[in-house]
Ligand binder design. Structure first.
Ligand SMILES: Cc1ncc(COP(=O)(O)O)c(C=O)c1O
Length: 436
């Protein structure tokens, strides 16, 4: 695309990267393969809602570290807190008061969480959740939903969303043993009937350790739970003696202080957190009921550990972020920014009568082309990927960066200005009128 001529530094850096880093990137979606943009974005710095690439081009950022940067980049309070902590030492591998304060904060905000174990990535959190569920139930099977992504854990990389949906449509990544694949049962999201049938009739239900899901799916684009779906899962898992694991790595502190669990009034057994809680640093957590979390070592026999777990700089940045998120009016402000962006886009889609739709919960949302409704991954077979590619490139050329895949969530931060939002809405509406 046109960016090739104008992004000469980015191209040089990417060529160097490809000589030494597999595929030139440290996480597959960063390669921009799904949108055929070469070179991919090579970022140099970010401030507020803007990022600047290696060639000095600026973009309004709607990816925001894949949802992590809810305050925007380099928020002064977060920078100050992290820098101050770095002067006092950045890694000890020993218990600190900071991590106690952090756990107290999360427990005070999320009603289903009585105990919290800190880890360094969302992947570690879901991996630990699965191990814990198997240990406390003495069972092997897991249920996950197609298109949901829980990190690159063997047992959860089966029909996963996000970057994996592009790489491997059918089953898992290569390198996952057959037995692991067989222990993971995959169901379509939002299909009450198939799940009820499983719980009522399938003998495997008696070996079910847990159901894990993104209560608001974000890794196949934003797909909301149908009314009654989460409630049914809660009831059926309880009846079956299996755990309900909410993966709120995206939705936690994004859709409200108590996440999707708070929004829908569900009481999961375990909850995975990540992204926002680390304020841009590698911090994630597994929370849940005391009776389950206390099975972790050293109290119990479920092993889990980490050199950088509860890292003091990450925890400090996380606490500084949560202090902002807790301020009165925080989510209302984000909601009104989101409405300002999405209302004109929705109106343009309606007035063109075209096959497209917007799905949103708070400040996480997606625009789907080629579909009027989306309830599960299976609906995405009609996704108009070519149209998305064109849309992405058009926005990118105009200094607007959305996630480089049609099956990802976009995000807004408190740093986005009305002017930037109106500019983005005008461009998106212009695209819809000229192309759909
Ligand atoms: C819902 C969800 N769970 C888990 C993960 C894995 O988190 P991480 O990339 O920090 O390992 C992600 C990553 O995007 C995610 O979106």
């Amino acid at each position: 695309m046109r960016g090739v001529e104008t992004r000469t530094q980015s191209k040089l850096i990417y060529e160097r990267a490809r000589q030494i880093i597999p595929g030139g990137v440290n996480s597959p979606v960063r390669s921009f393969r799904e949108v055929d943009v070469f070179p991919p974005l090579i970022v140099k710095e970010g401030s507020g809602s803007l990022i600047r690439d290696a060639d000095g081009r600026e973009y309004i950022d709607y990816c925001l570290g894949w949802g992590s940067m809810i305050l925007g980049h380099a928020h002064p309070a977060v920078v100050k807190a992290a820098a101050t902590q770095m002067e006092k030492g950045s890694s000890f591998g020993i218990a600190t008061l900071l991590e106690v304060e952090f756990a107290e904060k999360i427990v005070s905000l999320v009603p289903s969480v009585e105990r919290l174990r800190l880890v360094s990535s969302g992947t570690e959190s879901s991996m630990t959740a699965v191990r814990l569920a198997r240990a406390v139930t003495g069972r092997s099977k897991l249920i996950k939903f197609s298109g949901h992504y829980h990190g690159h854990v063997d047992s959860l990389l089966i029909q996963a969303g996000s970057g994996v949906s592009f790489l491997n449509r059918e089953a898992s990544s290569k390198g996952i043993p057959r037995g692991v694949v067989e222990d993971t049962l995959v169901f379509p999201f939002n299909n009450l009937e198939i799940l009820c049938d499983f719980f009522r009739k399938d003998p495997k239900a008696s070996d079910l350790a847990a159901v894990i899901l993104e209560p608001i799916a974000g890794n196949m684009g934003v797909v909301l739970p149908e009314p009654g779906f989460l409630e049914m899962l809660r009831e059926e898992t309880e009846r079956a003696g299996a755990l309900l694991i909410f993966d709120e790595v995206i939705s936690g502190f994004r859709v409200g202080l108590a996440g999707a669990a708070g929004l829908y009034g569900i009481d999961p057994d375990l909850t995975c957190f990540g992204k926002i809680i680390g304020g841009g640093f590698p911090l994630a957590a597994l929370g849940g009921k005391k009776q389950f979390l206390d099975a972790l070592a050293p109290l119990g026999e479920v092993y889990q550990a980490g050199t950088l777990s509860g890292n003091p700089v990450a925890v400090t940045a996380g606490l500084a972020t949560l202090a902002q998120v807790e301020l009165a009016g925080f989510f209302e402000n984000l909601q009104s920014k989101t409405d300002r962006l999405l209302t004109p886009i929705r109106e343009a889609i309606a007035s063109r009568g075209c096959k497209a739709c917007v799905r949103a919960q708070g400040s996480m949302f997606s625009v789907f082309f080629g579909l009027r409704e989306v309830l599960c991954k299976e609906d995405l077979q009609h996704l108009d990927k070519e149209c998305f590619k064109k849309f992405f490139r058009f926005l990118f050329e105009n200094g607007i960066y959305i996630p480089p895949s049609p099956q990802e969530a976009w995000f807004l931060s408190t740093a986005h200005t009305n002017e930037q939002i109106d500019f983005t809405a005008n461009k998106a509406v212009g695209f819809i009128y000229s192309n759909l």
